[in-house]
Design a protein around this ligand. Structure first.
Ligand code: E4P
Length: 214
């Protein structure tokens, strides 16, 4: 499973990249806005730290404008993946951009049928938002299970990129289901590192080592 970091905060990305576990980065307009920096500066900083797919989102809602914006984003660097919202105009844009060799990540996906349409339109990734589904009393992970099965049934090349992750269990369950990618807030990746028994065990090893004659 590939692990992406779901943030535009370069210091968080840098710290996690040092662990050697970051395959890519996803951003969205809200995450970029939080940095208070210019969009291009944010993108350049991320590209300098992570050599993998970096998702940046179009803000147009008409296919023609999405295509123009998507091409401009893709021209920044070969690692740029263009995020397009899952609306009818987004599907049109996805088909055009994909045929021109631009990698598209269809975002704001909440149902397996939406993911199926994205795959048909040539998306490289679909981003189902599981946390936002859980928030409204739906089981986000059931959507992941269905998407993975559908992509597998028909050998789609589209990857299921699990988004809106809220806790480490989301990542584990998505991995068990065979989702291709999980994009995680930095806090969740740090939670995944930790286990109280690891800390206790290390403390005991180091203490016992003090009694070993040297
Ligand atoms: C990433 O691609 C999504 O934009 C992000 O995971 C959404 O997360 P949220 O529901 O916590 O805002």
């Amino acid at each position: 499973m590939q692990l992406f970091v779901d943030t535009a905060d370069i210091s968080e990305i840098r710290k996690l990249a040092e662990l050697g576990i970051v395959d890519g980065v996803t951003t969205n307009p809200s995450l970029v806005a939080k940095t208070g920096k210019k969009f291009r500066q944010v993108v350049d900083e991320i590209l300098a730290v992570v050599d993998g797919p970096i998702s940046t989102e179009v803000i147009s809602v008409k296919a023609e404008e999405m295509v123009k914006e998507g091409k401009e984003l893709a021209a920044i660097h070969p690692n740029i993946v263009v995020k397009v919202p899952m609306i009818a105009e987004g599907l049109k844009a996805c088909r055009i951009l994909s045929e021109e060799g631009v990698q598209v990540n269809m975002t704001l996906v909440f149902a397996a049928n939406q993911a199926l349409l994205c795959a048909k339109a040539g998306a490289a990734y679909v981003s189902p938002f599981i946390g936002r589904l859980d928030d409204i009393h739906h089981t986000g992970m059931e959507v992941i299970e269905d998407i993975v099965a559908i992509f597998d049934n028909y050998d789609f090349d589209t990857e299921c990129l699990v988004a809106s992750i809220r806790n480490p269990l989301h990542v584990q369950e998505a991995a068990v289901l065979g989702a291709h990618v999980a994009t995680c807030p930095p806090s969740v990746l740090w939670q995944m590192v930790k286990h109280p028994l690891t800390d206790l065990g290390l403390e005991r090893f180091l203490k016992d080592w003090e009694s070993v004659p040297r």
